[in-house]
Design a protein around this ligand. Sequence first.
Ligand SMILES: Cc1cc2nc3c(=O)[nH]c(=O)nc-3n(C[C@H](O)[C@H](O)[C@H](O)COP(=O)(O)OP(=O)(O)OC[C@H]3O[C@@H](n4cnc5c(N)ncnc54)[C@H](O)[C@@H]3O)c2cc1C
Length: 507
Amino acid sequence: MHMKPFDFLVIGSGIAGLNAALGLAKLGTVALITKKDILESNTNKAQGGIAAVLSQHDSFDSHIADTLRVGDGLCDKTAVEFLVTHAPEKIQKLIDLGVAFTTRNGVIELSREAGHSTNRIVHAKDATGAEVERAMVAQAKNNLHITLFEHHFAVDIILEKGKAGGALVIDTKNNEILSFLSKAVVLATGGAGQLYQYTTNPKIATGDGMAMAYRAGAILEDLEFVQFHPTAFAGKNGLFLISETVRGEGGILIGADKKPFMHNYHPSKDLAPRDIVSRAVFAEQKKGQVVLDITHKSADFIMQRFPMIYATLKGEGIDMTKQPIPITPSAHYFCGGIKTDLHGRTNIPCLYACGECTCTGVHGANRLASNSLLESVVFSDAVVEDCKAYSSQSVQKNPLHALTLTSSKSDGLLSSFQQIIWKNVGIVRTEYELQQALIYFKEVEENINLLFKEGINESLMELKNMVTLGTLLAQAALTREESRGCHFRSDFPEKKEAWERHIKQKK
Ligand SMILES: Cc1cc2nc3c(=O)[nH]c(=O)nc-3n(C[C@H](O)[C@H](O)[C@H](O)COP(=O)(O)OP(=O)(O)OC[C@H]3O[C@@H](n4cnc5c(N)ncnc54)[C@H](O)[C@@H]3O)c2cc1C
């Protein structure tokens, strides 16, 4: 079935998609499609906050330097400058949209996270993403130019003469395949933590946008750089992130011998960059359970500063004011993705991307904490700016498709895929393990292709997308014969000079 054409199609209802849709609604009609309920997103889970230079004791140069240092030589400096210098105005924009950030004596409170040399994290207590999402969803639902389609799963980009002109979408409530046509398509589909057995990401994070863009011919970049968060708590309802700000406020990691250990791994101890802390926890876990202890702070402070984390852990039987929190590392953030320029353009005309599904160059080999919500706002605004050029263009003709729906399931394949990728393409990698993973992924792909003969559905497409992305990730990890940022090869533990030269030439 064909939907009536829209001027713009935005896929994804996290911070990037909502912000793009709100901006594009000033230029024309917008279809905002999202595969589950509107709130289901990584954005809604974000705790710590958004990095921005707002203090007189801080400077753009310092935020830029911190981002470049954590990015470990692979950031695009121009993109980083673009990100950092736009941050203060984007915080004001979010406030104007109705986001209530935490204040102290009428001034925005700034907290600190690992890798930042000063306090610059704007936050809404410990549930920043949920507050941003709440405010933006309210705006989007009240906007007459935005039509919202929940439970609509995007399958593929519609291309005509090499240009993006819409998407094929499954309406999963009514079990129907729809063609959405538009002048431009914006992918804001978020990350892909669900590839891994252990992840802080919600179920929606299956890398659909990256795989879709790849099938359409878009360039993906830096996929080997997956950030693993060092501190997640394995609860009854899956993994729950214990924000870096708990360490920022004095939380200490303790090993099986009941002693702190981070001084053995990095001079910044518990506030070392995430990849270093993750590998340290991964190594210490071999000796026994690792815990995060903040019991030396007052109970009032902990409950006031971390109300959401406190309440969630309490529900799991852990009182973090009195007991240390058992933790494990888990897949958290995709630094790489669809390659875009400073306008959010991909290499495919009329196809834009913003948010975690992209590689804008700001993260390089590792993301500085709290730069990703910021990146999503800055670059989705850039997309809107570029889309002003589309007002005079027309929507392309209705394409034909030969897709049918099936009810086949692939749960067994999915869980074994997630286990293999965690083990072989996870925190510590080797050539042998990566090769083994690639052999296995090929087998899974062949099985999926057999299932596809009967037709498609949401879960089969998600698995296909995850295997596509997992394969590209393992190939990228195999090619990079060095350890840099959050990519660690135990068979190549050093940084390679050749890469340093390559980076210098790129600059
Ligand atoms: C636990 C946690 C804590 C975090 N804390 C912070 C933090 O403090 N600061 C920070 O800067 N970053 C943080 N991050 C990272 C940050 O939340 C994400 O990078 C950011 O929210 C990404 O926004 P997005 O709009 O790109 O994607 P998302 O918010 O993930 O939204 C993606 C959207 O796309 C939809 N979608 C996906 N595939 C399809 C499809 N095929 N069809 C239709 N719709 C689709 C999804 O349903 C969803 O609505 C955190 C992440 C997690 C998981």
